[in-house]
Design a protein around this ligand. Structure first.
Ligand SMILES: C[S@@+](CC[C@H](N)C(=O)[O-])C[C@H]1O[C@@H](n2cnc3c(N)ncnc32)[C@H](O)[C@@H]1O
Ligand code: SF4
Length: 436
């Protein structure tokens, strides 16, 4: 099938994802349910309506959940949304939507983030905290290329080798000082909450996560809906096995993060074993049949040209689940954003995606990805993509051009360009050393 490459109109009104409700239905163009029934506690304790929000409304280290929920800044944000005014903190979502993509706001408004039905009566007039989105720490066993030391301890050593600025002195950043501090801070909410979304870091590697599950079981609150993003590399933490915990809860949804098939996946998600990931998906299907498992794919320059292949491989390893996919657009960093591809590569990607979408009946989910990619020309970022990728390849002793040959044209370097890149990195290392 031929796909005509055309720019999309900004602010497309209707979403094409059937899992997502029509945009802006009901409460106006700035409204987001996240501010009315959910709270995100980021790594380190800062609280905000959701993980995409720029800025914070306070810190759980200093303020209780109850006070944060009723804080003036959150009240102001809600009022602004109801007036139809876009807050600067929500810019990432509005920008993604204006470019034709599906935003986190869309997903919240569609009830896709475990907050069930939205009750206008109570939730607009007197909002009730119904779901928590909680990150215990940045502890992680992978160092995915699109991620970084803020979300993964495993990234820290490479970030040091890369002479990244503004690196914390410690790799680990904990939200709570201890398991009991976590339970104390979250306890009142655990009594009434309807759902919890766990991410991280890697949630299955954090003991605070298991402590919360045990606390919920002890309270008889196994009706709480559990929602995860996990790299699904480990189903155990020491003696703790997550499966017996999950078997007690009624509703579990697991976004298994995966960004490439086999060696491509292992390059993008450093530390991953594709075979182990596949085995863990099979174990879950077998031993936790009531869990809803979907594949969470972060769509970046690394996988946009091989998404069809990835989805075919996922179908092969997970025939039982007939492989459900969720495509999350990478918005940052700019130099991994799919909008940076040169026009001829975008056209190639769009053709591949359109025919794959037809074959897999995934048009509703793929169309916004294509629209977003086509929306803006950010090829000025290609040089940064090249230099960052080649530098990380050196540090990790990897070869992206070989493992993802579709990207090879963007990674080729003339000798003068290579000299310039190396000189830049040396200068940077020197400046770093002098600033210490
Ligand atoms: C930060 S991870 C934390 C949870 C868990 N460790 C995992 O990988 O699922 C949450 C999700 O963010 C995705 N992600 C990684 N880098 C990203 C980026 N730059 N932009 C958007 N999402 C990203 C991951 O692929 C994953 O699906
Ligand atoms: S597994 Fe998740 S937290 Fe860990 S590096 Fe990858 S994306 Fe980041």
């Amino acid at each position: 099938m031929e796909y005509a490459v055309q720019p999309v109109e900004a602010a497309a009104g209707e979403l094409r994802d059937p899992n997502v409700a029509p945009r802006n239905a009901g409460y106006g163009k700035a409204f987001c349910r996240a501010a009315f029934d959910s709270l995100h506690v980021a790594i380190g304790g800062s609280a905000k309506p959701c993980c995409e929000f720029k800025g914070e409304i306070g810190s759980l280290k200093e303020t209780s959940l109850e006070e944060l929920w009723h804080s003036e800044s959150l009240k102001d944000l809600r009022a602004k949304m109801l007036r139809g005014e876009r807050d600067a903190g929500c810019r990432k979502c509005y920008d993604a939507e204006d470019a034709g993509g599906v935003s986190l706001r869309d997903r919240y408004n569609a009830g896709d983030k475990l907050n069930g039905d939205f009750d206008e009566q109570t939730n607009l007039a007197d909002p009730v905290l119904r779901t928590l989105d909680i990150r215990f720490s940045n502890l992680c066993n992978l160092s995915c290329r699109t991620c970084g030391p803020d979300a993964s301890t495993k990234w820290y050593a490479d970030a040091k080798r890369l002479n990244w600025w503004k690196l914390d002195t410690h790799a680990l950043n904990e939200t709570f000082t201890s398991k009991s501090a976590a339970l104390e801070a979250l306890g009142p909410a655990l009594e009434t909450i309807e759902g919890i979304y766990f991410a991280g870091g890697e949630p299955l590697l954090h003991e605070g996560h298991y402590a919360v599950l045990q606390d919920l079981i002890d309270r008889g609150r196994t009706d709480v809906r559990l929602n995860y993003n996990s790299n699904l590399t480990e189903l155990r933490l020491g003696k703790l096995n997550v499966l017996p915990f999950w078997s007690k809860f009624r509703s579990i949804s697991i976004g298994a993060s995966i960004d490439g098939h086999q060696r491509q996946g292992e390059l993008i998600r450093e530390g991953l074993s594709w075979d182990k990931f596949a085995a863990n998906v099979a174990t879950l299907r077998q031993q936790c049949p009531h869990a809803d498992i979907y594949f969470a794919i972060t769509v970046s320059i690394f996988n946009i040209l091989s998404l069809p292949l990835l989805c075919q491989h996922l179908r092969a390893i997970d025939p039982a689940g007939s492989a459900q996919f969720r495509f999350n657009l990478l918005l940052e960093p700019d130099h991994y954003n799919i909008q940076l591809l040169p026009g001829y590569m975008k056209a190639d990607a769009a053709r591949r995606l359109a025919s794959f979408a037809e074959e897999f009946a995934l048009q509703a989910q793929i169309r916004p990805v294509i629209d977003y990619m086509m929306f803006e020309d950010r090829s000025d970022q290609i040089e940064r993509f090249r230099s960052n990728t080649l530098r990380l390849d050196e540090v990790r002793n990897q070869n992206t051009a070989k493992i993802i040959p579709e990207l090879a044209p963007l990674l080729r370097e003339s000798p003068p360009r290579k000299l310039k890149r190396l000189a830049k990195w040396r200068l940077r290392a020197l400046a770093q050393a002098l600033s210490r």
